[in-house]
Design a protein around this ligand. Structure first.
Ligand code: GLN
Length: 538
């Protein structure tokens, strides 16, 4: 039977619940348990797919093609266990399903209400990550205790816990213990009150994890234990870390959080060694500040750090492998249109153009791809980044004037990027994309094949438009190589330019599959080439 851990947050948002949940997942996985992660989001959008990255940050895509919350990226990066569409539910999705059932008459004339209909639907969602192949499911509840929106979720997990019975479920509450600089003291009152909010709706936390800037004293631990009604050893400190978020599991393990969880759930499992993880952390700590390279990321949402979360993480992972810090210079694509590529990109070790939607900023991305190609700067294009790279090549190498994408100019003559003829037309803004994992066959003797060291790979997608096959011949004649194709050879997946130190672009989003101890080959190759570029200039 699957045991369940519910993680809630209190006092303020942005405490790092996702990283804490991911760290707990890693610790339990390393102890040999089969775990699954899940996130319940209180917002009303059915999924984050239609939200602006400014609102929500990155949309993380799962193997099975769900557009989900970026916390799922943390779960996968920490544990390496793929999430699925059952790993993320929103209020919108829950209501959508209840309302559809009501319209089908499934409730047999009953008045449909938050309790029990919505809460039952949430319980079904929670149960969807359990099963014979799962020892422990970890469900994170988005939002902060006390929010109106979270209430149905909290009520549902209260009931779930009650029905599962003690030893089969536990509540972990993550709060803030602020340090008041003016008073020179740490304050436990917000945490006490937050646990009180949960108690008032029938949830008694089993473990409190306290986010702090400074170490807590024994008195703080005892105070929180006493007023939150838990054991002293069930109060865990999660102090801000110095080097990397990947240190969090190690810090939690030092405080024996995993032992405590297993004791409360009455599960026996061997100790977690975390050996490769700890080696990676020591590599991070031993990387000197001067061992750094500058990578330019030319995007539309460069201002907002969360918009390209998985890309920044994947770059860091590749940096860990070479003990090199990655200094990402986040450049707004439109700035390149205004100031020119040379002014903003001169001297960078590598240029990365990420995915995106719509035309704004694309001319800047095209200029960045041209600058990288002509100046032998390592280049990695991802999804829209690949589309911009091939459009640049069409205009400047194949001399196809006005080459563009159907997305920006449907009536253009040279639509290098276009909807495939057999694709349906787009009416509904959700669900019309190529989403999730698709296979790609790698051509022998190409950079792509050399990087992956295998014949066929799966990468995740999230896009509507594809390379237009009418242009394959002229591109190949002019020196671009289509090094990755779908198994039926109809879709171009990876392109590259031989002779350039590193010029590769993919229609997929490889960033979603990179892990700190297993950097993605395309990112690893990119960072390696960038380091070599800098060394060749020394
Ligand atoms: N807008 C492009 C398309 O839909 C690229 C999408 C992306 O970069 N994720 O094909």
């Amino acid at each position: 039977m699957t045991k369940h851990i519910f993680i809630t947050g209190g006092v303020v948002s942005s405490l790092g619940k996702g990283i804490t949940a991911a760290s707990i997942g890693l610790l339990l996985k390393e102890r040999g348990l089969r775990i699954r992660h899940q996130k319940l989001d209180p917002y009303i959008n059915v999924d984050p797919g239609t939200m602006s990255p400014f609102q929500h940050g990155e949309v993380y895509v799962t193997e099975d093609g769900a557009e989900t919350d970026l916390d799922l990226g943390h779960y996968e990066r920490f544990t390496g266990i793929p999430c699925s569409r059952n790993s993320n539910y929103t209020t919108g999705q829950i209501y959508h399903s209840v309302i559809s059932k009501e319209r089908h008459g499934d409730y047999l004339g009953a008045t449909v209400q938050v309790i029990p209909h919505i809460t039952n639907e949430i319980k079904t969602a929670v149960a969807s990550v359990t099963g014979d192949d799962v020892d422990v499911a970890i469900t994170e509840i988005g939002g902060t205790a006390g929010d109106i929106e979270s209430l149905p979720f909290l009520e549902a997990i209260r009931q779930y816990y009650l029905e599962a019975g003690k030893e089969n479920a536990l509540f972990i509450h993550l709060t803030l213990v602020p340090y008041l600089h003016a008073a020179g003291e740490m304050k436990t009152k917000p945490s006490q009150q937050s646990a009180g909010v949960l108690r008032s709706i029938g949830i008694q936390p089993d473990i409190m994890i306290c986010r702090t800037e400074q170490h807590m004293s024994e008195e703080h631990f005892r105070k929180i234990a006493l007023f939150c009604n838990i054991d002293r050893n069930a109060v865990i400190e999660e102090k801000d870390i110095k080097h990397s978020i990947y240190e969090v599991p190690v810090e939690l393990q030092k405080q024996k959080l995993d032992d405590l969880i297993l004791k409360l759930l009455n599960v026996e499992a061997p100790e977690a060694s975390l050996s490769s993880w700890k080696r990676m952390i020591s590599d991070i700590k031993n990387t000197a500040d001067e061992d750094k390279i500058e990578i330019a990321l030319v995007g539309k949402y460069a201002r907002l750090k969360d918009a390209y979360k998985s890309i920044y993480e994947a770059l860091d992972h590749a940096g860990f492998a070479f003990r090199t810090k990655i200094n990402v210079n986040r450049i707004e694509a439109e700035e390149i249109e205004k100031k020119g590529a040379d002014q903003l990109l001169k001297g960078v070790a590598g240029i990365l153009v990420p995915g995106g939607f719509g035309q704004r900023g694309t001319e800047g991305k095209i200029l960045a791809a041209e600058y990288a190609r002509k100046n032998n700067i390592p280049f990695l294009g991802l999804c829209l980044g690949m589309q911009c790279a091939v459009i640049e090549f069409a205009r400047n190498v194949c001399k196809l004037d006005g080459a563009t994408s159907e997305e920006w100019l449907p009536e253009a003559e040279h639509k290098i990027i276009a909807l495939m003829a057999d694709q349906v037309d787009i009416k509904d803004m959700g669900g019309t994309m190529r989403l999730g994992a698709y296979p790609c066959v790698l051509k022998p003797k190409t950079l792509a094949r050399h990087l992956y060291r295998t014949e066929q790979v799966d990468e995740r997608h999230r896009h509507r438009y594809e390379f237009n096959n009418n242009y394959r011949e002229i591109f190949e004649k002019k020196g671009m190589v289509f090094s990755g194709l779908s198994p039926d050879e109809r879709l171009v997946e990876i392109v590259e330019i031989p002779g350039h130190p590193y010029y590769i672009a993919t229609q997929a989003h490889p960033e979603f599959k990179s892990q700190p101890t297993k950097p993605h080959p395309m990112f690893k190759g990119f960072i390696k080439a960038a380091i070599e570029k800098i060394e060749s200039n020394l």
